[in-house]
Design a protein around this ligand. Structure first.
Ligand code: COA
Length: 158
């Protein structure tokens, strides 16, 4: 089992690419949606979970759950020892390095594994997708149709 944590605000094709790669290696992939109030997400926790569930419904090995508080506590509670993170570019490295080493300090028995999403997905993030959506840009290359719909719906309510 491996745990793939993130804010998933919203889940994108980049995240899904990583999830698919993890499914080829691990028997169970738990997508752990962080409450993460510090990031002031656009979507509620429930909305982010629902989008992640629908977007991963074709992967039998994937479970979507949520957590608040420390990631390592969630990982330990699941009796898991491995965290998955994606690195898209060198610019991700410093943040990921800090996070992996902090998590190791908190829980030395938990390892973080890094995978690279497909190069087509290496330049965008949820923030950029939200910006494109808010300016009425084309989203079909970045997110599944259901997420595109939810983004448009959400932004029209703001
Ligand atoms: N393809 C495309 N984009 C990707 C991606 C991929 N494969 N992987 C990540 N991203 C993007 C995300 O969309 C996100 O974009 P945004 O910042 O514009 O919203 C960004 O990269 C990184 O976000 P994400 O992967 O969702 O991680 P995060 O940094 O928001 O979440 C947590 C980090 C939730 C895992 C971390 O804060 C955490 O563990 N929190 C719990 C508290 C805790 O334990 N703290 C101590 C940890 S050191």
């Amino acid at each position: 089992m491996i745990i793939y944590p993130g804010t998933f605000d919203p889940i994108t094709y980049g995240h899904l690419d990583l999830i698919e790669r993890a499914c080829h290696i691990f028997s169970t992939v738990v997508v752990a949606v962080a409450e993460n109030p510090g990031k002031a997400p656009l979507f509620t926790l429930q909305e982010r979970i629902e989008m992640a569930r629908e977007a991963t419904s074709s992967f039998a090995q994937v479970r979507v759950e949520s957590f608040s508080g420390l990631l390592v506590e969630f990982v330990q509670a699941k009796k898991c020892r491995v965290i998955l993170r994606g690195v898209r570019a060198i610019s991700d490295f410093e943040y990921e390095f800090q996070m992996a080493l902090s998590n190791r300090k908190l829980a030395p028995n938990i390892e973080t594994i890094f995978m690279m999403p497909k190069e087509n997905y290496s330049f965008f993030s949820s923030r950029i997708i939200k910006e494109i959506a808010s300016l009425g840009g084309e989203l079909s290359e970045f997110v599944p149709p259901l997420v595109e719909r939810k983004l448009k719906e959400k932004l029209s309510q703001l």
